[in-house]
Design a protein around this ligand. Structure first.
Ligand SMILES: *Cc1c(COP(=O)(O)O)cnc(C)c1O
Length: 360
């Protein structure tokens, strides 16, 4: 305990990232381990994005375009919004933090689901902002309970859709009702990191719901389906007035030039994205069926991972799977579960046989 450090910072713990492949291979003295821990895209980015990233290397001595003119133009055209409604971040992770820093103080309050993306809690704690973590119902966001948790001083409400770590989603109808019910003194934030992966017919096109709340912020990222996690690029779509405030607070060069160029190229390769999404949907269904057949509980997922309930401590299973070269993700709030990313067909086969062998 350091007496002069802010309480909530003292309580904060560093983000527990998925175990790196190299670390496991070093520890076990093996090669060829497989990482299904961080919801990365096993097919990687579009080859066009790789080429664009390489072409950016000649100008590494230059600062990036702080306004990301070209990328915002492309995104705006694709999304049918204006460039003034787009804010880029060093991953959508940074935008989450930026939203809290820009719009909330310790006198305010934020609301999010539990279990959901841990960064909402971390961002609130880093800013000393009080929060309500509203339990999910059967691993789905309880939007009614979240609306009921809103106080007069609530400034932000975070909904991950699809949710991480559960893979669940809220429908267009449920989300519409929720947005309409929220006061206009707060900012609803829809974190759509897995937007491209969702295939359910009633999964909302949130940009069509912007008339339901004047402050709606939608977050998306190039880290997941676009396969560019290492380049750290996410974006917010929000009213220009909010974008203006976020742009005042953000660091000027938070979206690097390699990422900007790679992202533009990735946006241009729709075939690659389609292949990524359809491969994931097929493998997600197969993994769900095969793990269910082992008697495990597998929650329906709209993302590129599944939440698996084992009915016994997940931490021990996580260790056993590590020893078989398969990295999954233990979840402290769900001690009998693991979150498992959908990999390539081969990786998924390996994961399923590792699970079989630790269960027997
Ligand atoms: C992965 C993830 C993000 C953050 O991704 P970035 O790499 O920072 O863009 C945000 N929200 C959720 C729910 C995620 O799972």
């Amino acid at each position: 305990m350091n007496p002069w450090v802010i309480d909530t910072i003292e309580q904060l713990r560093p983000y527990a990232a998925g175990k790196p492949l190299e670390e496991l291979e070093r520890e076990l003295g093996i090669t060829g381990a497989c990482k299904l821990a961080s919801n990365e895209n096993p097919l990687g980015p579009s080859p066009r994005a790789l080429q664009a990233a390489q072409s950016a290397l000649g100008a590494l001595h230059r600062y990036p375009d702080a306004g990301a003119y070209e990328l915002k133009q492309r995104l705006a055209a694709k999304l049918s919004v204006t460039p003034a409604e787009i804010v880029l971040g060093n991953g959508s992770n940074e935008l989450l933090d930026l939203l809290v820093r820009t719009f909330a103080t310790p006198e305010h309050h934020v609301v999010f689901g539990e279990p959901s993306f841990v960064v909402y809690r971390m961002a609130a704690m880093a800013g000393g902002v009080p929060f309500a973590a509203v339990p999910l119902t059967q691993q789905v966001h309880d939007l009614g309970a979240m609306a009921a948790a809103v106080q007069p001083n609530t400034r932000l409400v975070f909904v991950a859709n699809p949710n991480n770590p559960t893979g669940s989603y809220v429908s267009r109808a449920a989300l519409s009702q929720f947005l309409s019910s929220l006061p206009h003194t707060l900012i609803p934030v829809l974190d759509e990191a897995y937007f491209e992966y969702a295939t359910a017919s009633d999964y909302p096109d949130s940009l069509q719901l912007r008339h339901l709340h004047p402050n709606l912020v939608v977050l998306r990222t190039f880290s997941k389906a676009y396969g560019l996690a290492a380049l750290r690029l996410g974006y917010a779509i929000c009213p220009p007035e909010l974008a203006d405030y976020l742009n005042r607070v953000r660091a000027p060069f938070n979206a690097n030039s390699v990422a900007q160029l790679a992202a533009m190229a990735a946006l241009g390769d729709e075939d690659h994205l389609k292949k990524v999404v359809s491969t994931n949907a097929l493998e997600r269904e197969r993994v769900t069926a095969e793990l269910s057949a082992l008697g495990l509980q597998v929650w329906p997922s709209q993302a590129n991972f599944v939440l698996v309930g084992f009915g016994r401590p997940g931490a021990a299973l996580y260790d056993q799977l590590l020893r078989l070269g398969v990295i999954t993700r233990p979840l402290p709030p769900l001690p009998e579960c693991l979150r498992i990313t959908i990999g390539t067909g081969e990786e998924n086969n390996r994961m399923v046989s590792a699970v079989k062998s630790v269960l027997s």
